[in-house]
Design a binder for this molecule. Structure first.
Ligand code: MN
Length: 235
């Protein structure tokens, strides 16, 4: 008997991200996302400002590395970028109080929540699930994770995205409606958070479409940059 089980199909790869100052990588368990967490973005999409933020997820194999070329997504004619602060957890649990939530954070990164905006609008109007608008292949590019030991807990700082060198999103992290401790507190009422979980914290205003050939560069103060190229459509 082998100590490790045999599998009838190849074992899926473990998604992971590089860590600044370390040869070891951060293994990705789950990707949670916050919707509607910047007032100016809620207004640009015409959504209700009084509603609490909403959560959705992406599969971990939607992770793409800094510098990647990702295909223009299938089944959309309005493929959008959303630049976001990503929070990487080193531990978790249920019902985490906001007061101690930051103890669970390993580090932070620059991430993109790529979105099929046309499908999202159709689904929202039908009160349907967002999976095909948000949780599709290649939809979660994420940069290098910067450990708390190096960068602290950024609750302010410029979050900035260019497409082909032109500024499209330019805001400050302090404009988030729900800050990181309260996001963790809310999410941990719904799911048992664990080491390896990543939380995308929502996007500011300025979201818009990309085209094949575009280069996106996102940056957040202290967390470096994330560069993504949009390739030809999925075959
Ligand atoms: Mn988003």
């Amino acid at each position: 008997m082998s100590a490790t089980p045999d599998y009838v199909v190849p074992l899926p790869a473990v998604a992971s991200l590089p860590v600044a100052g370390s040869a070891a990588r951060f293994p990705v368990r789950r990707i949670y996302c916050v919707g509607r967490n910047y007032l100016d973005h809620i207004r640009e999409l015409g959504n209700d400002e009084k509603e609490p933020p909403i959560f959705f997820t992406k599969p971990r194999d939607a992770i793409e590395q800094d510098g990647a070329t990702i295909p223009y997504a299938s089944a959309t004619e309005n493929y959008h970028f959303e630049l976001e602060l990503a929070v990487a957890l080193q531990s978790g649990g249920y019902n985490i109080p906001a007061e101690t939530a930051l103890e669970h954070v390993f580090g932070y990164a620059v991430a993109l929540d790529m979105t099929r905006r046309d499908l999202q609008k159709q689904l929202t109007s039908r009160a349907g699930p967002w999976d095909v608008a948000k949780a599709f292949d290649h939809s979660a590019p994420c940069g290098t994770i910067h450990p708390v030991a190096q960068v602290g807990h950024p609750d302010a700082g410029r979050i900035h995205l260019t497409v082909n060198g032109e500024t499209k999103q330019d805001a400050d992290l302090k404009a988030m409606i729900w800050d990181v401790p309260h996001i963790i507190a809310h999410l941990s009422r719904l799911f048992e958070l664990q080491a390896g979980d990543i939380i995308l914290t929502g996007t500011p205003a300025g979201v818009g479409p990309v085209q094949t050939g575009d280069t996106l560069v996102g940056s957040i103060d202290g967390l470096g940059t994330l560069s993504i190229h949009i390739g030809a459509p999925c075959a």
